[in-house]
Design a binder for this molecule. Structure first.
Ligand code: GRF
Length: 204
């Protein structure tokens, strides 16, 4: 099975996917391409180091979002992916792009959705006085960070935590649960039906 990863930055979740394919946590699959909208994303370097095609497309070279997303889809579809994994891809996706990959595109968002969609989730959780926080893996739909949640992991927030402390704790959990969900998707254990995620035939 083939996974294509989209990212804009560090790529620690990409690394977790690559490692999980090697260790067998993800069965019979590999990351076949990594696409970044940022030329300097360290995730591209991680791809190259692993011998994976590393692609860069810059939105500035396209007249509008639809044109850029269409160019991305053309690159992605050359690899005939079974699963498209968003791993810190920091751009809004057009409705058409999302529809094209509906049910086979997942994202990891650093909050316990539906809490804190959008940016700065760790600081927002601290500012709200929350004592727990976490991460959510969900199918991507047209609603930003609003698609059906597949799996979440919780972490504590301690009173002296900085946003970076919380982020590190959250990312450790992301690296654990994101590959698990990718494996479920690739083996069809989890599917999207309508606007619901179903695991082994049960609504989540
Ligand atoms: C992750 O924390 C994820 O929740 C968010 O972006 C971050 C990407 O980190 N969507 P990395 O590039 O995978 O290290």
């Amino acid at each position: 099975k083939r996974i294509v990863v989209l990212l804009s930055g560090n790529g620690s979740n990409l690394q977790a996917m690559i490692d999980a394919c090697e260790s067998g946590i993800i069965n019979n699959a590999g990351v076949v391409a990594v696409l970044s909208n940022k030329a300097d994303a360290y995730g591209l370097e991680r791809a190259r180091l692993a011998g994976i095609d590393a692609l860069h497309l810059s939105a500035e070279h396209y007249p509008d979002r639809d044109a850029f997303d269409q160019a991305m889809a053309e690159q992605i579809d050359r690899y005939q992916p079974d699963l498209v994994v968003l791993a810190g891809f920091m751009r809004i996706l057009s409705a058409e792009f999302v529809r094209h990959y509906q049910g086979r595109m997942i994202n990891v968002h650093p909050s316990l959705l539906p809490k804190y969609p959008g940016l700065n989730t760790h600081q927002r959780a601290i500012d709200a006085g929350d004592n727990e926080h976490g991460t959510s893996v969900h199918f991507v739909t047209e609603e930003l960070d609003g698609g059906p949640v597949i799996l979440q992991a919780k972490v504590p927030i301690f009173s002296d935590d900085s946003a970076d402390d919380v982020k590190d704790r959250v990312q450790q959990q992301e690296h654990r649960i994101y590959p698990l969900v990718a494996n479920w998707c690739l083996s069809q254990r989890v599917v999207m039906e309508g606007n619901r995620a179903r695991l082994d035939g049960n609504d989540l």
